[in-house]
Design a protein around this ligand. Sequence first.
Ligand SMILES: *Cc1c(COP(=O)(O)O)cnc(C)c1O
Length: 424
Amino acid sequence: MHHFELKDGVLHAEGVSLEALAAEVGTPTYVYSAATLRRHYQVMRAACDAHRSALGEALIAFAVKANSNLSVLATLAREGCGADTVSEGEIRRALKAGIPASRIIFSGVGKTDAELAFAIEQGVRQINVESSAELDRLIVVARSKAASPAIAIRVNPRIGAGGHAKITTGGAGDKFGVPVEEALDLYARASASDHVTPVGLACHIGSQITDLAPLEGAFRVLRQMTEQLRAQGHSVTRLDLGGGLGVPYYGDAETVAPADYVAMAARVLEGLDVEAAFEPGRLMAANAGVLLSRVIQVNERTDGRRFLVLDAAMNDLMRPALYDAFHDVKPVRPREGAALAHDIVGPVCETGDTFARDRALAPLQAGDLVVFMSAGAYGAVMSGEYNTRPLAAEVLVDGERHAVIRPRPTYDEMFAREPMADWL
Ligand SMILES: *Cc1c(COP(=O)(O)O)cnc(C)c1O
């Protein structure tokens, strides 16, 4: 569900014409729909509230790494959303956007001592501990601050899932979390320390998951472990179920409805009396954003291939190069004409800078605008300035309003970040 639709023959983000936006802000530009972000949060909230008896006052903690723009975070903060963070920088962003520390979870496989200290000082809700070595370091850091932060142990349930090997995190060989037996040991060790307060377990098995079965398997592991830990006399009050639910990148793609996902979690946790946390990233942001780009030219080769050369490239949207990801490409002002196969590419000097092959589109011309759909998650956050291409701008639309929420840097601003060595 999203708010990018044709009005009078021109694609709009809510009430704002993308043609007008491109004229004002230039391209490539990420455009987000506030109404879509809010709606995605509210669908999850309503589903959680419908299962309060099984999930408690469930926390919905947006995975900040999916889209960390301050205005995006602030839009969600105003709805009551929390944050799942994986660095000090993300904690700082969440706080700056108005998400209270009491709704911030700190995850990640390699948190530095300085980051752990910062999280303790801020009083985040929970630190998810991913290894024995990290527990040792956290205890030392917490002792130095005379603190005892709430922690969850991240379990690797040996159930990996996800849309691509590079975004599968719960497999036995993946770097995340600890195996079940070790997690039980860590929990007991943490319980014996005065400087951490174990409150629960966490898992996150992958991303772009389009089938409930692996998620259900992982949640069952958490349930079983909770019962085991309690039988040993430990208190377990929270289960962090991670994120990972997929979104439909293809028009007719099979995905799981958020309400069905939450209902499954409630079924698995029924009667356990825990407070659940969900950490959706992609689910909240992907369909709330598009990448707006202009056609530089159409290269029609004598061998029959037709290349649509855009002013967006792999540095702006890495997902196709990194994960072979599919993004639907739509013209902003559709033209008449029979569809032809296009290869859609950017100007960067790498063949990896190919967004799509043999995509059927009515013929486009130089100067036409297109959008990459479902680009709101893992889009702008991964962008860079390879080939000295200025970072793409970001715009937030809310009804008839819009604001540039990350301006495109000028070349002078880019070069000012690189002070010349004083001997040159
Ligand atoms: C990346 C991540 C998420 C979010 O994953 P999505 O697939 O975007 O929902 C949630 N939790 C943790 C720990 C993560 O690393």
